[in-house]
Design a protein around this ligand. Structure first.
Ligand code: SF4
Length: 153
């Protein structure tokens, strides 16, 4: 049975910076959950950050991951990405379903690093590391594509 790494907030855990979640309410997610296919991780919490926490964005020039107060949280983000990679490699996971726009989990888009609610094309740290190691990474906006990889109509 093919397993799928999923952002813990999409699974419904209250792990976001604002202590909320982004439950992905879809019948196929419920089915995969019942089948035990979903392996959850919040890379930011796994890397040692608390919830709630100040929002972070990736500085486009330096690549550092800063919070809105100017604290450099790159080490925690990199640790979380490594732990996500360790998890997929330990469990032979080839697919990931990650939350778009996050500096960790964003697949196609992230915020532009200036804390002005503007997005740019790019990936979060965890999504990049997983892609670089051959994991097929999808955002919640691409759930239909993941479904078709899983053979779901
Ligand atoms: S790091 Fe990923 S799993 Fe954790 S709250 Fe942010 S988007 Fe969700």
């Amino acid at each position: 049975m093919e397993k799928i790494l999923i952002s813990a907030c999409l699974y419904g855990h209250a792990v976001r910076y604002d202590a909320g979640h982004c439950l992905l309410d879809d019948p196929v997610i419920s089915q995969w959950r019942k089948e035990g296919r979903l392996v959850e991780i919040c890379p930011e919490m796994a890397g040692g950050l608390p919830t709630p926490r100040p929002p972070c964005e990736i500085d486009e020039k330096t690549g550092r991951i800063m919070d809105e107060h100017g604290t450099d949280n790159s080490a925690a983000f990199e640790k979380g990405a490594q732990l996500a990679l360790d998890l997929v490699q330990a469990q032979g996971i080839k697919y990931a379903l990650l939350k778009e726009n996050s500096p960790s989990c964003g697949v196609n888009f992230i915020y532009d690093g200036r804390f002005r609610s503007t997005k740019r094309v790019g990936s979060g740290i965890t999504a990049s590391v997983l892609k670089d190691h051959g994991v097929l990474v999808f955002s919640e906006c691409d759930l239909d594509k993941l479904k078709s990889h899983m053979g779901v109509e």
